[in-house]
Design a protein around this ligand. Sequence first.
Ligand code: FMN
Length: 148
Amino acid sequence: MQTERILRLIYLSRVWGNMTNTQLDNILAKSRRNNPKKKITGLLCYGGTSFIQILEGPEQEVILLYATILNDERHHGCKILDIHIDMKRIFENWAMAYVHSTKDDFDELSNILQGAGRKHEQIVSQVVSVLKSYLGKKIDLASSIGKG
Ligand SMILES: Cc1cc2nc3c(=O)[nH]c(=O)nc-3n(C[C@H](O)[C@H](O)[C@H](O)COP(=O)(O)O)c2cc1C
């Protein structure tokens, strides 16, 4: 795995109503077209009423992209859950990976990411690693996190 200094930003946002598959496809297609040019990788998780997105890449590019996403009218209420420098990417093979979770799983993930109980960095790294392994094989998101 390549070592490089990257900024990782994780945010939560709400959608106005249900997103159609076409709307989701448009966001993903645009992300997958734009992100490689900016050396941005990451994951978008959709849970029916909300998104969690993980963006990782050069600091300025990630901040600029987040500013663009913040002003996107397809969602609202963006809230940064975590932002930190790392020396390696987690989603190095994904311009924008996608996880479609059930609402219950999503709510549990976002509650865990927002803090209850354990140390923040542990929570974030656990949630991120479960999301990553979910990409390889379909597993039960929320109960996998609960086990940690
Ligand atoms: C939840 C969500 C996630 C998004 N993620 C990305 C992304 O990772 N990369 C990206 O380029 N645009 C993303 N967008 C779209 C941007 O807000 C914006 O529409 C797009 O970057 C404009 O690109 P363009 O200047 O090439 O038209 C996202 C939008 C939403 C609602």
